[in-house]
Write a protein that binds this ligand. Structure first.
Ligand SMILES: NC(=O)c1ccc[n+]([C@@H]2O[C@H](COP(=O)([O-])OP(=O)(O)OC[C@H]3O[C@@H](n4cnc5c(N)ncnc54)[C@H](OP(=O)(O)O)[C@@H]3O)[C@@H](O)[C@H]2O)c1
Length: 243
């Protein structure tokens, strides 16, 4: 239970769903400092409280921010690095917007929504990595981008979300290639179907009993955040074995 002992971590989209569970499980694994980001303060406060209960030694920094705005991403990184004595070992780019639901076909997709989804799911991770890199490269670290099967297959009706995940996967490959030879590694994980607010909104009619709870998919993230994966970079992981 101490795979992440001493680690300073930043997790985006940690006010609910997978990001919330990652924050809790990383704390349980001994992470020393965790910065959690989301727009909703209530969600972030609940996660802080939960972590205080199970891992009171972990310092939690909660920052409410809309990552669709690049200047907010910069503020989040600056605040985190200041509070964490300019040390960051792990960055998880988990936050994502699904866009309008039901998801319109591209022919009807509103441009403003398209921009918002791309800003949140693609531009924010890009800026986040750029801003943490100068600090992370000094001591080494792990960057984990959260992707989806909609980032490798163009299903109809997944709109800007799918396009953002295709782009995130391409960007992850380029970052990983450019980071080669540095002490910073970058991998990306498809968590598979999970029972979260995003999934319930995008597929309201689906059978939720077939979806995993976020707690079932965090092992691969703990591995990638830990020193066990020190030599692993440029790889795509699937947290669940597909049917
Ligand atoms: N659920 C699935 O079946 C599934 C499958 C494949 C991949 N994924 C991926 O897994 C990751 C987590 O998804 P989830 O299912 O846990 O979704 P979720 O429950 O909807 O959580 C999304 C998180 O992102 C945050 N967020 C969204 N837009 C934001 C913004 N503009 N600025 C800051 N924070 C923002 C939300 O917080 P606030 O609302 O507080 O801002 C929330 O904490 C995503 O990358 C998603 O694409 C999910």
């Amino acid at each position: 239970m101490s795979k992440l002992k001493g680690k300073s971590v930043l997790i985006t989209g940690a006010s609910q769903g997978l990001g919330r569970q990652l924050a809790i499980d990383f704390a349980r694994e001994g992470a020393t400092r965790i910065s959690i980001i989301g727009r909703r303060v209530e969600g972030l406060n609940e996660v802080c409280q939960r972590i205080q209960e199970i891992a009171p030694q972990t310092k939690v920094l909660a920052i409410a921010a809309d990552l669709a705005q690049a200047e907010e991403v910069e503020r989040v990184v600056a605040m985190t690095l200041r509070e964490f004595d300019h040390r960051l070992d792990v960055l998880v780019n988990n936050a994502a917007a699904i866009g309008p639901t039901p998801i319109p076909f591209l022919v009807d997709y509103p441009l403003e929504d398209f921009r918002y989804v791309l800003n949140t799911n693609l531009i924010a991770p890009f800026v986040m990595i750029q801003k943490v890199f100068p600090t992370m490269v000094k001591t080494g670290g792990s960057i984990i981008n959260v992707t989806s099967d909609t980032g490798v297959t163009g299903y109809p009706g997944w709109g800007a979300y799918s396009i953002s995940k295709f782009s995130l996967e391409g960007m992850s490959q380029v970052w990983a290639a450019e980071l080669e030879g540095s002490w910073v590694r970058l991998n990306w994980v498809d968590p598979g179907d999970m029972n979260t607010a995003m999934h319930r909104a995008s597929e309201p009619e689906a059978d939720r009993t077939r979806w995993a709870e976020p707690a079932k998919v965090t092992d691969v993230f703990i591995y990638l955040a830990s020193d066990e994966s020190q030599r692993v970079s440029g790889q795509r992981f699937q947290a669940q074995v597909p049917d």
